[in-house]
Each structure stands twice: as C-alpha cells, then as structure tokens.
Design a protein. Sequence first.
Lengths: 326, 306
Amino acid sequence: MIKVINALLAIVGGVAGILVLYWVLNFLAERLPGKWEGRLKPYFYILPALAAIGLFLIYPAIQTIIYSFANPTSTKWVGLKNYTDLLTTKDFQITLVNTLLWIIIVPTFVVVLGLAVAVLADRLSSGGERVSKTIIFLPMAISGVAMAAIWRFVYEVRPAGTTQIGLQNAVWTGLGGNPVAWLQEDTFKLNTFFLMIILIWGQTGFAMVLLSAAIKGVPEDTLEAARIDGANERQTFFRVVVPQIWGTVITVFITVLIGVMKIFDVVYVMTGGNFNTNVIAVSFFNQLITNGDAGKAAAIVVMLMIAVIPVMIYQVRHFRAEEASR
Amino acid sequence: MTSTGTVQPGGAAAVEGLETAGRAVQPKRIRRRGGWFAWITLGVVCFLWLVPSIGLLITSFRTPEAALTSGWWTVITKPFQDWTTSNYSQVWNGGGSNAFVNSLVVSLPATVIPIFIAAFAAYAFTFMEFPGRDLFFILIVGLLVVPLQVALVPLLKIYGNIGLQGTFASVWLAHAAFGLPLAIFILRGYMTTLPRGVIESAKIDGASHYQTFWRLIVPMSVPALASFAIFQFLWTWNDLLVALIFLGPGEKEVLTVAVAGLVGAQQQGWQLITAGAFISMVVPLLVFLGLQRYFVRGLTAGAVKG
C-alpha cells in the first residue's frame, strides 16, 4: 500500500512541482527588464527539458565512452583493451554476426510481409479489412516478454516417444521427423531464425499500418492512367504504386532496423543468448549485470552508438528536407 | 506527410487508427476486387498470426498435468475437460498481484511526469523565435534514435552512489528523461499543424505566451498529448531492460521481470508462464482495444524511440 501512495504522491507531486517550476520560470522571465524578457523566455521554457536530457542522456553517453577505456570497476585506464578483448573472442564475433543477420533479415521480412498484407487487405470489404488488420496488429501491443512466453509453447520440445506439447514439434513429428530442440539447433543459425520469427510476427502489424495508409494515399488517377495505357495489375503495382510509397517503405525499414539493433527481451527470455544466439544488447546486459564489467559493457554500447550514427545522420537530413518542403 | 514519410511521426496527418485511413482524402476511391485470392491468403495469414496466442490462452486454463502431457490443440476434441482457473489464482496470489501493482507504480508516474516538460519545450520550439532553436531541435531529432543503453552504465553507478538504486524513483526519472526527446518531437510536430491565426490573434489581444500555452495550445493539443501518454505508458509497462537493471527481481519486480523469471525457470512452475503472460497482457490489450486510434498513432509515432 505504501508504494501505491508513494506512486500517487509522485504523480501529484511531480506534476505540481513541474507546474510550479514553470510558473516560477515564467514569473522570473516576466520580471526581466524590457527586451530581455522576450530574449530569455524561450530558454526558460526549454531549460527543464534540456537539463533532463543532458543529465540523463548526454552526460551518461559521454561518461560511457570514458568508461569503455577503463577496467570493470572504472578505477583504472586500460586503453583499448576492452575493445580488443571483445573483438578477438569468438563469442563476441558470433554476437556481432547474429546482430547483423537480425538487422538485415527482420526489417526486410517485416516490410515485405507488411506490404503484402496491406495490399491484400485493401481488396477486402471494409469489415474484413478491419478485422484482419486488427489481428495482425495485435502483437504490437504486448511486451517482448509476453511474445516470448507465447512462442515458448510453439518451440517447446519433449523427448522422443512422449507426446509433443509444442506446436512446431507436434507438426514435425506428425510428418515423421524426430523431435528437435529448435532453440538449441544452431546449424545454419536455425535457432536465431526461429527467434527472428517472433519479432517479425510482432512487428509486421506496424509496417502494415504505415504502408496501408501510404497505399491509400496513392492518387487514383495515376492508377487509372497506367491501366488505360494497358498496364496489368502487377505492373501497376511495381511501376506506379511502389515508387510513390517508397519513402514510407524506407521509413518503416529504418524504424524497424533501429528497434532490431537493440533487440533484448525476446532473446534474453528465450535463450539468454546461449546456443550461439547472442545479440549485442543481451551481451551488454550480461557484461554489465552478470559479469559486473562496466568497461566491457560500455565498450559494447560505444560500438552500438557508432552503428547508430549513419541512421542518425539519415534521420536529421530527412527531417531537414521535410522541414524545408513545408 | 505519411506518403512521403520520414521517421517523422506525430503530425496530425499520422495514421488514423486501423480503419481505412485516407478514406476522407479520397471519398470516391474505388475498391479493387481482389476476390477469393485476397480472402484466402489473408485468412491463412490471420490464422497463423492467431494460433500461437490461442495456444497460450488455452494452455493457461488447463491443469498442469494436462498441459504437460497433451498438446493444447487436443481440447478441440474434448472441450472443457481438465480446465481450471487455478493457474491464474496461483500466479496472482504468488507475487503476481504485487508485480501488477509494481508495474502500475512504475508506469503511471513515468508517463505523467514528462508530459508538461515536453509540452513547454515543444511550445517554445514551435511558437518562439530564439537563437539556437534549430540547433537544439536537431539535437532532439538526433537523440530519437540513440539507444537508451548509452545511459545505463553511468546511471547505475550514479544511482548506486546516491542511494537511488533499487527505488521506484530511479525508474521514474530514467523513463521520464528517456521519453522526452520523443515527446517533444511528437508535440512539436502536432503544434506546427495548429492554425497560426488563432495564436496570432491571441497575441494581438494581449495574451502572454504563458496564457496562450495554457488556454489555447494545451487544449488544442490533447490528441497529441494522449498519443504520447499512451505510447509512453505502454512502453514503460512493456519494458524489461530498464526494470531489470534498476529494480531487478524480488520485492519490487514488475510484471515483465516476473514473467521473464518464470519463462527462464524451465520446467518448474511451467504452466504458470501462461497465466502470468496473460496477466501482463491484459492492460496493453485493453488500451489497444479501447483507444485504438490514439494507440496506433502513438505507436507509429514512437517506434523510433531508442
């Protein structure tokens, strides 16, 4: 009960505190002489936000870079040792390869599936469209942990000769195969692909919603013109629709990609990164919490930051282009 | 805006729910008949999409013995045999209710605290002119894609030093701050679409920025505020990483941490995963079904979050 009261106090106190803070800031700004009021007031308005971002994101990010050159307890410099240690171990190399596979495969499948569903749903009656979209979008609402719990029952394995209670093994043994521990089967990275399926299942709805809106925004007369010129449905789609929604395709791809780069919960819950399924965010967690090695954990984050930079540049550029065109 | 697309959410033109968005723009749109091919394909896809969840739902109502000795699909031939609600009561009484309350205790303040901080900043970025404005905003846009892992190592140390580690306050502050760039981005995107004339005339009537903000902009921005609030609430509710690092398992564990613990526990208490997972899904699903329009807008706006 105490913590519920604390939470309520945090809500009321937090909001009241913030409102008082802005009232005071505004009051101070209005007491400033003449021109200074108008000059400084904007900064007073953005100050709390920038302070919080600086304190909780920018300062720690810089600190993380510094820690990445220090020992596990951040008490002694070790130079590049954290990086060289990580990059020369087989485990971490596998982790990087896995993460790269995730980054390439998951966004691609999500976009293609999402586009296919969006196109097909567009051809149903509006009731059918709504129901099918809701079903496919539903997994977006739940946590990665819940997704993992759901799929745990698909991939579950029982010893040969006993009844299989996991769906995939039931089908597999029904077709005459021997039961397989799908999540431990790392030939051809099979288990990693099974983990990817979970995220593809979870994210397709997101792609579908954005792409569907884009498809419906394609002007009808461009389609009409293509048909009059004798284009068949497939040509119309690839030559007329796709070029017009290409911007959205890229957006969805990048959005999913950013999420996949730091995929944590699904892998952490399903395999804990074992059986060669490790990815960078799970590796980070294991270094930081399990091994208590702040240096290596920080080094992993720095690598992640470097990987994010191109996306960030793209993001900023695109934002500016969008602003300029408005 | 949606058709040209950036990783740019938030504007009023963002996706309007799952119903056929864009209908308003093109009222006379012709529905192309896809016929049986579209129906069958989507029927199969929807079936495949639902089956794993249905399996979990059915299993959560089966006795442990039944769940461990026969597949959930066997209930189709003998419905309502061996069915029980004891998994739910067992999870709920064995720490589930505590974790449920903890999840609420984490999510609600973490949702409410950033809203006005972001709204004031978004107001300044939209309606005020000042040197460095564009630079600061570009910084915010860049931060949208930065993974929150960048902050965790130092925060863990700082929290440890000042005695905040393991407290709810540590998670509130972290989530609130991590949510700010997105909140500012969504709100500014929305505010730029508000009619300028209204704000101009308020200025001519002698309203100060402070008055304009409270009397005009906040009421007009309610849809965007709601979108962000829903997104942030679900984000914090569904989060595992931050809760695991700052609160961990134990007395203060949230639902995701509790369920992750059950799934990791392999055979023991296995049937409890199902009920635990559904208890953790109830709130997001209710939000989804009840506030679909805001929910979709918030999610599509927020999926870039780091």
